[in-house]
Design a protein around this ligand. Structure first.
Ligand SMILES: NCc1[nH]cc(CCC(=O)O)c1CC(=O)O
Length: 307
């Protein structure tokens, strides 16, 4: 019996059921069980940004990692973009399944269904500092209004008068079978996705060889190279998942292209850079792009976001 732990949100459960379905295909004789765990992120109604400023990077995952260490669960399924770039002692990411669409999407009211067509001063709901900064860089006239909660809560908020449109990750809507709600895929040249967006991580105990083998059966090497480049870039900046940082890697014809953006919180400045190389060098490429950008002024933007 392999116990797979996750948060209890609709999205967390949907992605964990998908993972267990894939694992069952690979290991038809193994029994899998899903165990839901409540985290600080699920319980805290305060603003995400305030929690991040307290340096609390892992508010979606601490309780899940405790359950893993205590052997109450054997595999933890996480959204990769919520996972800090370092794992605690004794735990490791042992498998990265194939990524779905990494882009952000717009969902708007009638007549508010494309970013370029939104009226002057339109109100956009998001609580992500990255989405806010890139939106304001593209359209400084827009008003970004704080909106947090799970996908269902955020979609429901669109019915109120407070928002003309909201921005979400495509992956969350695709995984919860709500793809039909997407009005526009926002292209990465307007809004670069978060590092790891659209990818999952299976975390296990480092000494649990049997479970590691089970998890690794659904590992995807190309996704791993892409997200490694993106996360090394984020780590190299000394930034967490709450910084106005975007990163997106793609692999074509055996070449990995990594793009990184760092923004001022108000969108008044965005530093952009791109690098290309062999996918085998993905970690170094991420680290090098980060140090190039720090030298180009990204340090001041990161410091300002953290202060
Ligand atoms: N921070 C919450 C979160 N974590 C992962 C996803 C979406 C799914 C993914 O990126 O894999 C979301 C919701 C959102 O950003 O719209």
């Amino acid at each position: 019996m392999v116990t797979v732990g996750t948060r209890g949100s609709t999205l967390a459960l949907a992605q964990t059921q998908w993972v267990v379905g894939r694992l069952k295909e690979e290991w038809p004789d193994t029994d899998f069980r899903i165990q839901t765990i409540s985290t600080k992120g699920d319980r805290n109604r305060g603003s995400l940004a305030a929690m991040a400023q307290k340096g609390d990077k892992g508010f979606w995952i601490t309780e899940i990692e405790e359950a893993l260490t205590a052997k109450r669960i054997d595999i933890a399924v996480h959204s990769l973009k919520d996972l800090p770039t370092e794992q605690p002692e004794g735990l490791e990411i042992s498998s990265i399944p194939r990524r779905v669409d990494a882009r952000d999407v717009l969902i708007g009211k009638e007549g508010r269904k494309r970013l370029a067509d939104l009226p002057h001063g339109a109100r956009i709901g998001t609580s992500s500092v990255r989405r806010k900064a890139f939106l304001l860089s593209y359209r400084p006239d827009l008003q970004v209004v704080d909106l947090r909660g799970n996908i269902d809560t955020r979609l429901a908020a669109l019915a109120s008068d407070e928002y003309d449109a909201i921005i979400l990750a495509a992956a969350g809507l695709i995984r919860t079978e709500m793809r039909h709600r997407i009005d526009e895929f926002v292209e990465p040249d307007i809004m670069l996705p978060a590092p790891g967006q659209g990818a999952l991580a299976l975390e296990t105990r480092s000494d649990d060889d049997l479970t590691i083998e089970v998890a690794y059966a659904i590992h995807d090497h190309t996704t791993d190279d892409r997200i490694t480049a993106e996360r090394e870039f984020l780590a190299g900046l000394g930034a967490g998942c709450m910084a106005p940082v975007g990163a997106h890697a793609s692999v074509k014809g055996g070449i990995l292209t990594l793009e990184g953006w760092v923004a001022a919180l108000d969108g008044s400045q965005v530093i952009r850079a791109t690098t290309q190389g062999d996918p085998g060098e993905c970690a170094d490429m991420g680290a090098e792009l980060a140090s190039d950008m720090l030298a180009q002024g990204a340090q001041a933007l990161i410091d300002a976001a953290h202060s």
